[in-house]
Design a protein around this ligand. Structure first.
Ligand SMILES: Cc1cc2nc3c(=O)[nH]c(=O)nc-3n(C[C@H](O)[C@H](O)[C@H](O)COP(=O)(O)OP(=O)(O)OC[C@H]3O[C@@H](n4cnc5c(N)ncnc54)[C@H](O)[C@@H]3O)c2cc1C
Length: 250
């Protein structure tokens, strides 16, 4: 596929950024498993942490091709930085922008797009990997809040993310596959971080388990409608897979 002149120019700028700013620390970060916080700051400075978000919400207003070029070029020099970037954009920020209502977008999108806060997506559980319908994290209702209980594992940016999309089933739903999504802030009481994984690759990226114990989530933080979580995460994972393709090419 031939890229337009504009995209080719964009690629050469990103390639140069990746070569000079990201590549030098990559080997050491991989060996030491040190999270590349400085790279995150540099990505934010470039505007890449809000690459596809419109300018009115503090993004760069670019399209999926630009996002994939950034992902490919970052992956060419530091897979861990690339994965951190991909999870933030594809699994948290874009879903809030696409599925959120106006007040959720106004509250959460600008700080994420500016890179002031890193985003994450908590779907996988010890008993719910490929079959995410097996989700055991539950939510119940208590006045103006939902209350979350459960655990997620293998969450990219799980211990460094400030805003997470978390999936859960209604507590009394039994074996029903109806899943809902919530916007959760890691600073809320009842949120805790567990084990950080020691991986064979992408070692500097943050992969952690996270836990919710009687975690109150304001009702306005339900993403979309109750029961829409399954449909939402199929869409999130679809676009995420295109990103995994770009990472593999890089
Ligand atoms: C680096 C990394 C980052 C991740 N980041 C996130 C994240 O940010 N958020 C998140 O929610 N999750 C994340 N995950 C979790 C990831 O989505 C899961 O690992 C994935 O869904 C697979 O689940 P599992 O590991 O439980 O494997 P399993 O589902 O147990 O699968 C194990 C193997 O069995 C195969 N298999 C499973 N079911 C079937 C079947 N029915 N028929 C035939 N074969 C089958 C699979 O293909 C696989 O090879 C991450 C994982 C990794 C490794």
């Amino acid at each position: 596929m031939r890229l337009s002149e504009e995209l080719e120019k964009f690629r050469s700028e990103v390639k140069e950024f990746a070569r000079t700013e990201i590549a030098p620390g990559a080997k050491q970060a991989d060996q030491t498993m040190a999270f590349p916080a400085e790279n995150v700051r540099k990505l934010a400075e470039q505007g890449f942490l809000g690459i596809m978000i419109p300018k009115e919400y503090e993004g760069l207003g670019l399209d999926t091709m630009h996002h994939l070029i950034v992902l490919e070029e970052l992956s060419g020099v530091c897979g861990s930085t690339a994965l951190t970037y991909a999870a933030h954009n594809s699994l948290c920020l874009n879903p809030i922008f696409n599925f959120g209502n106006k007040s959720q977008i106004e509250k959460y999108v600008p700080p994420l797009a500016k890179g002031e806060i890193l985003g994450a997506f908590g779907l996988t559980e010890p008993e719910a990997g490929s079959d995410a319908g097996g989700t055991r994290t539950t939510f119940s209702e208590n006045g103006a809040s939902f209350v979350l209980n459960g655990s997620k594992c293998f969450i990219t940016n799980g211990s460094v993310g400030g805003i997470l999309i978390v999936t859960a089933k209604k507590a009394e739903a039994g074996r029903s596959k109806e899943i809902s999504s919530f916007i959760v802030e890691s600073s809320w009481p009842g949120f805790s971080v567990g084990k950080k994984e020691d991986k064979m690759g992408l070692r500097a990226s943050d992969t952690a388990s996270i836990h919710f114990e009687e975690l109150p989530v304001p009702k306005e933080n339900l993403l979309g409608q109750q029961g829409e979580g399954f449909k939402q995460f199929l869409k999130i994972l679809d676009s995420g897979r295109i990103g995994i393709g770009a990472m593999s090419i890089g």
